[in-house]
Design a protein around this ligand. Structure first.
Ligand code: FAD
Length: 451
């Protein structure tokens, strides 16, 4: 009660809870990981409040887990060692849009949907790289986990679009990263020692980001998608290579699933193209539609419903979540070299058949075709323990397959993090520990992750 009162003194009564019905919601996410204990949920409004919460947590040695939308599906915002979930959603201001230098500065609770609507209303010629995730997820949460959006295949993973940040360090200092540490302009994080790396990919174990600057990109006038199908996964490395040799695709998916029935047994390749004039657009369409060998067929008469699914931003591509009654959904983000796709594809289908799980197998090339995100998506009934257990086993085997093929696991859940750390160079593990110990001497930030 003493900690509860101290938290109330910082953020007021309405924004702290230790009531079981609210802790229940924060103790789990839509994925297959088991629920874990939460002691308090706190929703700060200002950076000073975040700072005071961190100082209290240090004094009383309480773990703090920062949370944006809480939608990684890998339980990354469900504390491993209890303590406070710091829900950032009240810090929801869009602070600045710089039209000429093309960036937006937002607070940590600003959602993807809010930024997208704001840009559509006030800057319709600009856009940001939007993940396929539900619109309630935060811009900051996505950038900090190296998320992928609709501009990622062409422009790089979303974390490369960070221009700067404001961070509350685990010891309570407020620190700026990038050009904003020197000037009032949040226009770049380059040309300085890149301290952003101390906070990207760390799952909130090194500090709490309170503001971020994200790069914006021109929004082309015309947009369409070309759809191809193949029955041969061996053709996929060549497809990825050829498409990126043209530098013409905005976005790119490969997708296969058993349902609806007409998708059974086929692999669909969807290439998003854009243009600012009819001529440019037609040229891209012509060139891309005729570039593959006979294994890959161009589907000239693609059903509009199928196209719509990919043309929306974010695309409504996550239909796998609806296959199994009960709304459970988790996927492995296997980051792989391009040439490993056929083996990953074939062996992952064996895992899917072995555990009889509802699935969608998706690939999105990243960083201009230098790697791919190989994402087997498993959906399940959250009220059916036996179904969840089969999905956990399938996730575990998929994780091991990705690592065996030389890949790494993106936004890995706890068992996936452990698998990676077992294989990690020992000096690298020591370096991770040293960085954390230096930044967070009392070990309060999301402890249990990357350990
Ligand atoms: C249907 C579906 C589709 C998806 N598609 C995509 C996709 O296309 N691309 C993609 O990238 N992802 C996708 N995801 C995964 C995920 O939803 C997104 O990456 C999302 O953007 C994560 O943001 P979040 O706000 O939910 O992050 P959270 O889950 O809240 O946080 C992610 C991590 O960052 C930490 N964190 C959060 N906020 C802060 C902060 N302020 N300071 C420090 N650390 C912080 C958390 O502790 C956690 O470790 C999808 C998920 C679903 C359910």
């Amino acid at each position: 009660m003493d900690i509860y009162s101290s938290l109330v003194n910082i953020v007021e009564k309405d924004f702290v809870s230790n009531r079981p019905e609210e802790l229940y919601m924060y103790s789990r996410d839509p994925g297959a990981q088991p629920p874990r204990k939460v002691d308090y949920v706190v929703m700060p409004k200002t950076v000073e409040e975040v700072q005071q919460i961190v100082m209290l947590a240090n004094k009383r040695r309480i773990p703090v887990t920062p949370m944006g939308g809480g939608f990684t599906t890998c339980a990354l915002t469900v504390p491993i060692k209890g303590g406070i979930v710091l829900d950032m959603k009240r810090m929801d201001k869009i602070i600045e849009v710089n039209e000429k230098s093309k960036y937006a500065v937002v607070e940590a609770g600003v959602s993807q949907g809010a930024l997208k609507s704001y840009l559509e209303k006030y800057y319709p010629h600009l856009q940001h790289s939007t993940p396929e995730a539900p619109p309630t997820v935060t811009v900051v949460g996505n950038l900090l986990i190296d998320g992928h959006g609709h501009l990622t295949p062409m422009h790089g993973v979303n974390s490369s679009m960070i221009n700067g940040m404001e961070v509350v360090l685990p010891t309570g200092e407020i620190c700026k990263i990038g050009s904003c540490s020197i000037s009032p302009c949040w226009f770049t994080r380059r040309h300085l020692p890149d301290l952003a790396g101390l906070f990207i990919g760390w799952f909130g174990t090194t500090g709490i980001v309170t503001k971020i600057s994200i790069q914006l990109f021109p929004k082309p006038r015309l947009r369409d998608c070309l759809v191809f199908s193949t029955d041969d996964p061996n053709s996929l490395p060549d497809v990825v290579f050829k498409v990126f040799q043209t530098e013409m695709a905005e976005n790119f998916f490969v997708i296969a699933q058993d349902k609806p029935d007409w998708m059974l047994g086929h692999i669909y390749i969807v290439i998003l193209i854009t243009g600012n004039s009819e001529e440019e657009f037609e040229l891209k369409k012509r060139q891309l539609s005729a570039m593959f060998d006979e294994r890959v067929k161009f589907m000239e008469e693609t059903p509009p419903a199928f196209k719509r699914r990919f043309l929306e931003v974010p695309p409504f591509a996550a239909t796998a979540a609806d296959f199994a009654k009960g709304g459970g959904f988790e996927y492995v983000g296997g980051i792989l070299p391009i040439e490993k796709i056929p083996e990953a594809w074939r062996r992952n289908l064996e895992i899917i058949r072995r555990y009889n799980v509802a699935f969608s197998l998706a690939i999105q090339p990243l960083d201009c075709g230098h790697s791919v995100m190989f994402g087997p998506i498993y959906s399940f009934n959250r009220a059916d323990e036996e179904n969840i257990e089969r999905v956990r086993k399938a996730l575990d085997e998929t994780n091991k397959l990705i690592l065996e093929l030389g890949g790494i696991l993106w936004k890995a859940e706890l068992p996936g993090q452990k698998l990676m750390m077992e294989r990690m160079d020992t000096n690298t593990v020591e370096l991770l520990k040293r960085v954390r110990k230096t930044l967070d001497p009392n070990g309060i930030m999301n402890p249990g992750n990357w350990e």
